[in-house]
Design a protein. Structure first.
Length: 115
């Protein structure tokens, strides 16, 4: 299993970023995918997840209405569109899937939102 995130960066408050996670090594189209984030000094938290067919995405309350998770099964890639970013969104964002009883993670991509 390989998960490779990209798209992070530095953005001003109110700005937007689009994260991508390219997946390989497993049956992507059958897998629930997740985005987590971890801010300095805080525990890793689940931000969003999406069903295998992409019909349903769920979000943590703090990002509802601002973030949108989607997937392209043909490209084996998931996305996280982040709008109206706030300084409290600053964190390392990780892509995740669970297969065969194990959690798999990407290397993470840093998102920094300046006020």
């Amino acid at each position: 299993v390989q998960l490779v995130e990209s798209g992070g960066g530095l953005v001003q408050s109110g700005g937007s970023l689009r994260l991508s996670c390219a997946a390989s090594g497993f049956t992507f189209s059958r897998s629930v995918m997740r985005w987590y984030r971890q801010a300095p000094g805080k525990e890793r938290e689940l931000v969003a997840d999406i069903t295998s067919a992409g019909a349903t995405a769920t979000y943590v309350d703090s990002v509802l209405g601002r973030f949108t998770m989607s997937r392209d099964n043909a490209k084996t890639t998931v996305y996280l569109q982040m709008n109206s970013l706030k300084p409290e969104d600053t964190a390392v964002y990780y892509c995740n899937t669970r297969r065969w009883g194990n959690d798999y993670w990407g290397q993470g991509t840093q998102v920094t939102v300046s006020s």
